[in-house]
Design a protein around this ligand. Structure first.
Ligand code: GLY
Length: 397
């Protein structure tokens, strides 16, 4: 029996429209994500509270793994708590936010790596924004002084890691994320040099870290006499020439933030270029949660990095509000799709599982087989940040 063509078309239209009808309203997705995030985070906060000085890191082999303030991830868990407190000002959330923020305080004296922005701005920065506690500002003042000891006037950048036989002055793309902290402290302490350092670092990175397609190297090491790059490598990516997923996410977030803070058009151009690289990449999966490296040789049989998706989503939401071009709505749509994916049962933890972490399927350092396909606090931090950014936009409209 032949089925008339009109009948087939009507059935197709019906199926498509059923698909649309079935999609939950975004506001419900956001609220569900925030509810699960709150429940999970309170569980985790309680579990780790008895481990003196420790901060949640990941959940592996049915065990919650923690770190001290020294780890680069130390500020994210207090940051998640502060964001959740901002969304729902419950005394219990604030109590834990304050407790875990205190555990990071000693990081303010660190001078042997660049991670102070992650450590202090996510924790003390959010805490100060929400409570006005002047002690939090004092901690950040000391931290900013520690961070700028790593700035070099010849290279015009902040050194990420200590020198090694391979690298004289290594700078990683992740370091862009420390600049928001320095720019904030420039305003708070009327310190123009912090602003210049941030601007110089961003310009140096823009010049040397990016390829013509706007993908970025992970590590660029500079000759300390000439200030010129002597090596361009990877540390956490598949290859020197590959596009490590989280590195691309840090770059996108970093230049979006730099444009917000400086209004310089070259930073907007850079953010647009990185966004286009990510959004149009042929190896981006349909759910828009990238594999750990865009050039991993075993795609699609390799692991994802939900942390990269969360960072990209948060950055794209911001970029969509800063950019006036016709691309802006596309950034927002893409971020919404990422948030829908991350809030699906594939990535969002079933309440009471996942050790109390929010998201599943992130990858820390694939090359060292360290934290592969696990929950990670920075995935949770940028996921909750993205949910709040979307919620704010929804409330404004
Ligand atoms: N900043 C370290 C990382 O992204 O893994």
């Amino acid at each position: 029996m032949k089925i008339p063509i009109l009948c087939i078309i009507s059935m197709a239209i019906l199926l498509i429209s059923c698909g649309n009808v079935k999609q939950e309203p975004l506001s419900e997705v956001i609220e569900y994500g925030l509810t699960v995030a709150t429940e999970q985070t309170l569980f985790l906060a309680k579990e780790v509270s008895r481990r003196e000085g420790q901060l949640p890191r990941t959940y592996e082999d049915n065990e919650i793994k923690t770190s001290s303030y020294r780890a680069w991830i130390s500020g994210f868990f207090p940051g998640v708590l502060w964001y959740l407190y901002e969304n729902n000002p419950m005394d219990e959330i604030r109590k834990y936010a304050e407790m875990y923020t205190e555990r990071v305080e000693e990081a303010k004296k660190i001078t042997n790596n660049h991670d102070l922005g992650f450590m202090l701005y996510c924790s003390f920065g959010n805490g100060y924004r929400l409570t006005g506690n002047s002690h939090y500002l004092d901690v950040m003042k000391t931290g900013a002084q520690s961070l700028v000891t790593r700035y070099d006037k010849t290279v015009l950048a902040i050194k990420s890691w200590e020198s090694s036989s391979e690298w004289q002055f290594p700078v990683i793309i992740d370091n862009m994320m420390n600049l928001e902290f320095l720019l904030f402290m420039a305003k708070e302490s009327q310190n123009e040099s912090y602003r210049n350092i941030s601007d110089n670092h961003a310009r140096t990175t823009l010049k040397n870290h990016f390829r013509s397609d706007y993908s970025s190297y992970h590590v660029v090491s500079y000759d300390t006499i000439t200030g010129i790059p002597h090596a361009k490598n990877t540390h956490q990516g598949y290859a020197d020439s590959s596009a490590w997923a989280r590195g691309q996410a840090w770059g996108l977030y970093g230049y979006t933030m730099m444009y917000r803070e400086t209004n310089r058009s070259e930073y907007l151009e850079q953010a647009r270029g990185v966004a286009s690289f990510i959004m149009n990449h042929p190896n981006m999966p349909v759910d828009k949660v990238p594999y750990w490296d865009f050039n991993a040789p075993d795609i699609p049989n390799t692991v994802r990095d939900a942390s990269a998706a969360a960072i990209i989503a948060s950055a794209l939401i911001e970029l969509s509000q800063l950019d006036n071009s016709i691309e802006a709505p596309k950034y927002l749509e893409y971020a919404k799709e990422q948030i829908r994916s991350l809030t699906s049962s594939t990535y969002l933890a079933k309440p009471g599982t996942n050790g109390g972490f929010i998201l599943r399927h992130s990858t820390g350092n694939y090359n060292k087989n360290s934290e592969v396909d696990v929950p990670l606090t920075y995935a949770d931090y940028y996921y909750v940040e993205a949910l709040l950014r979307l919620k704010k936009l929804q409330n404004e409209n």
